[in-house]
Design a protein around this ligand. Structure first.
Ligand SMILES: Cc1ncc(C[n+]2csc(CCOP(=O)(O)OP(=O)(O)O)c2C)c(N)n1
Ligand SMILES: [Mg+2]
Length: 375
């Protein structure tokens, strides 16, 4: 049983890869390997996407490097295709972990014809109904009130699914966050609110974000339990999320879970943090030394399941080929035309939009005629 409001984060794997004394895990060797593969996929996706950005083949990206254990632990603690996740722009690890394909995630970034959103969402804001991962707004914390609303509906309807809502440390200063978490408590909505505390909100460190001693302690004021896990320990995150989600499935109310981790890369491609100097290189190196994937590899080796260098190289090469394939598929599918802008948006398109659409259609066909006449 997880302890509410602990002073130290819950761990299963210690920094040196040893199992914490008293800790247990029930994953099979194949499931442990799958966790390593999923975290490695997220890491390599970052590497490849940064390259694609530099080549001008996509326009916006926020790295999750350093946060793989948090994101894969969240996805693996849930029932994919059953529980709902309202995430935010840095949650590609959760999206991929829940089963969104590389093709779908890349197509959304490129805004191509094979994009599930048909190019109508900001790049790098994937979503999929099949995977129950909601394509979010980039406005910080705006996902919290609707996620709580969904949890309230699940509770009214007596469904055994839960809603997870993730956000960063910076999001906890927003009005939407306070309104949402308060509503969750008041309505006893089965919403698991998870803070991916990567200790920075662009250039604002978490100690300047709040005067509270931690993020999870804030739960006390709202009247719900607050939990704290080591976000660089995939088994700890998975166990915590599973325990809390199962509790909500069985009638439990909301909870706040803080995963302590670190963003080792830039905030996004609009932030060259190394040059801006808002944080010391020593701090970044200190957290790179506490890498979640390296820690898990040490754990696997101590369990007699070492990842060999050839196995690692083959797996990384496979991921890069798959991403390259997804990019080529997106680029060759073309860019959606303006004609599809209202498809799938309304069941009954409002009259003012139908008029605007018709005006645009006439304008476009007039321009096409002028081009033809001029030719
Ligand atoms: C309402 C709102 N205010 C400001 C911004 C600009 N902004 C974009 S990301 C960000 C920092 C968010 O930090 P955090 O919640 O810790 O998430 P992280 O990026 O660290 O994962 C800010 C302030 C925004 N997108 N929306
Ligand atoms: Mg942050």
């Amino acid at each position: 049983m997880l302890e509410a409001f602990p002073t130290q984060p819950f761990q299963v794997i210690l920094e040196d890869g040893h199992l914490r004394p008293g800790a247990t895990f029930d994953q099979t060797p194949a499931q442990l390997r799958e966790l390593w593969q999923s975290m490695t996929l997220v890491r390599e996706f970052d590497r490849k996407l940064v390259t694609l950005l530099r080549q001008g083949r996509t326009t916006f990206y926020a790295q999750a490097s350093g946060m793989e254990a948090t994101q894969i632990g969240i996805a693996r603690g849930l029932r994919p295709g059953h529980d709902w996740v309202w995430g935010y722009y840095r949650d590609q690890g959760i999206a991929l972990g829940l089963g969104l394909s590389l093709t779908d995630v890349v197509a959304q970034m490129v805004g191509s014809n094979n994009d599930l959103n048909k190019g109508r969402q900001m790049p790098h804001h994937s979503g999929s109904v099949a995977s129950r991962f909601v394509s979010g707004s980039s406005s910080i914390a705006s996902q919290v009130p609707p996620a709580v609303g969904m949890a309230m509906a699940q509770s009214y309807l007596g469904l055994d699914e839960v809603t997870v809502c993730t956000f960063g440390d910076g999001a906890t200063s927003e009005g939407d966050w306070h309104a949402g978490i308060n509503m969750a408590a008041v309505k006893n909505a089965p919403c698991l609110l998870i803070c991916e505390n990567n200790q920075w909100a662009i250039s604002t460190p978490v100690e300047r974000q709040t005067r509270s001693e931690s993020i999870h302690i804030k739960a006390q004021a709202y009247g719900m339990p607050g939990y704290f896990v080591d976000g660089n320990d995939v088994l700890a995150v998975q166990q915590a999320v599973k325990e809390l989600a199962d509790g909500m499935r069985n009638g439990g109310g909301p909870a706040l879970l803080e995963c302590l981790t670190y963003r080792v890369g830039s905030h996004s491609n609009a932030d060259a943090d190394a040059e801006k100097n808002y944080r010391s290189r020593e701090q970044v190196r200190g957290w790179t030394d506490r890498d979640p994937i390296t820690r898990f590899e040490k754990f696997l080796a101590l369990q007699g399941q070492e990842i060999g260098s050839q196995e690692r190289a083959d797996f990384v090469a496979l991921i890069h080929r798959q991403i390259e394939g997804a990019v080529q598929q997106a680029e060759s599918s073309g860019i959606p035309g303006w004609q599809s802008m209202l498809d799938d948006v309304y069941s009954d398109t409002p009259v003012h939009l139908r008029r605007s659409y018709e005006a645009l259609r006439q304008e476009q066909s007039g321009q096409a005629m002028q081009v033809q006449e001029g030719a």
